[in-house]
Design a binder for this molecule. Structure first.
Ligand code: CO8
Length: 373
């Protein structure tokens, strides 16, 4: 059996950025208007006033300085606070497929492949634009790929879970060359009016080519030494948006129909889960954590990543060991660890080992151990 490699990755970066200062200015304007509108109830003590957000808090608590978004004016409009996206006709490429295709083109070029070389497409992300036809099949059609495509969703762990499906497909022979895409338009389901989480997410798309080593021709290849997935039920990150909302006669604008979390609980509970997960996978592969050259981790929180890696290697964590991209991109859900891998790997030497690891809603955690060829 040929080894399985990652032979190329690609990144699509949306055209607009929102800095923390811009975000906080619009949020605070919304708060002032809301408090003025509810002044009588606030005065009577029947409603609590909303509180201003702050850039200092955001950067200190999370490490985030800015985020990329598909559309900016709607998010920053205090009367609206979500993006303004144009509805497209059924014969146009959907926006989620479009950004996936942009990332895919770059990954294909990096791997020295064309769409015709691909015989499976997996679209894996935390928010799918529609129920069907699958976005993956639309991407398959747009790039001229053969074989099959399907969508899957494991929230922030969607990329690593999809990589395992891609590796298994190549190993068992159901595909020779798999394109995994992670289009994340998180701005559509972020709650921009909630001070606790309005700063968390950004939009982006990533793509990865997984193929047999004996067909790979790219200059840079990463052998997949193993992958490991785990889930454990938690309500601490949740979104109740879904196709039964109409039948339930529930309010489509209700708070539970967008992203919400108990951030502090998630932080506390997921750090030990993620570090134990990586440790057990490395042990199974007879690799010492201290021998891992780089950890490309899910990008939700700077301190969280430092704690996870510190638990593993028993030393202070430098950006060289665990690179950070969330300062520029914010949390891009499933795409975060792939962006880190995409942007921070060329300096590694042949034989170096690295770990891609994602963790988040579910809870879910997925890790993929790679060795540079
Ligand atoms: N500005 C100023 N002050 C604030 C703000 C704000 N914006 N927000 C909260 N505060 C205040 C609070 O009121 C509190 O004040 P006090 O101490 O007086 O009560 C104080 O700051 C501390 O608040 P927190 O305890 O909430 O702050 P934390 O230090 O815990 O930081 C974080 C909050 C940054 C959210 C942090 O808890 C965190 O990063 N946790 C980890 C979260 C995580 O990893 N989540 C993963 C979710 S992503 C995922 O799984 C993908 C889901 C699918 C994507 C969907 C896309 C939309």
């Amino acid at each position: 059996m040929s080894a399985v490699v990652i032979s190329g990755t690609g990144l699509y970066q949306p055209p607009h950025t929102i800095t923390n200062d811009e975000l906080v200015a619009s949020f605070n304007a919304y708060v002032d208007v809301w408090n003025a509108e509810h002044a009588a109830e606030i005065e009577a003590g029947t409603r609590q006033p909303l509180t201003h957000s702050s850039s200092e808090f955001i950067e200190k608590a999370s490490g985030i300085k800015q985020r990329y978004v598909m559309e900016k004016s709607g998010i920053l409009d205090p009367q609206r606070m979500y993006p303004r996206l144009q509805e497209r006709s059924d014969d146009q490429l959907s926006i989620l497929a479009e950004i996936a295709v942009e990332a895919a083109k770059k990954a294909l070029a990096a791997a020295g492949k064309t769409g015709a070389d691909v015989d499976a497409v997996i679209c894996s992300c935390s928010n799918l634009q529609r129920a069907y036809p699958a976005i993956a099949i639309e991407v398959q059609n747009a790039i001229g790929a053969k074989g099959y495509g399907f969508d899957m969703n494991v929230a922030c762990s969607a990329a690593t879970f999809a990589l395992e499906q891609a590796v298994n497909a190549v190993k068992n022979g159901s595909a020779k060359c798999v394109l995994v895409v992670n289009p994340e338009i998180t701005s559509g389901h972020q709650e921009w009016k909630d001070r606790d989480c309005h700063f968390i997410f950004g939009d982006v798309a990533t793509a990865t080519i997984v193929e047999r080593a004996d067909t790979a021709t790219s200059a840079e290849q990463w052998e997949v030494l193993g992958s490991q997935l785990a889930t454990q039920f938690s309500n601490n990150i949740r979104n109740n948006f879904g196709y039964l909302n109409r039948s339930e006669d529930s309010d489509p604008q209700a708070r539970d129909k967008t992203f919400r979390q108990e951030g502090r609980k998630v932080f506390k509970e997921v750090v030990p889960i993620a570090s134990a997960h990586i440790e057990s996978q490395l042990e199974a592969l007879s690799i010492q954590p201290a021998d891992v050259r780089r950890f490309w981790l899910h990008q939700a929180n700077l301190s969280m990543n430092q704690l996870i890696v510190k638990k593993l290697i028993g030393a202070e964590v430098t950006p060289d060991v665990a690179p950070l991209i969330l300062d520029e991109y914010a949390n891009t859900s499933s795409a975060g660890s792939i962006i880190a891998f995409h942007l921070h790997r060329t300096d590694l030497a042949s034989g170096d080992v690295g770990v891609i690891c994602s963790f988040g809603a579910g809870y879910s955690v997925g890790s993929v151990v790679l060795r540079k060829r």
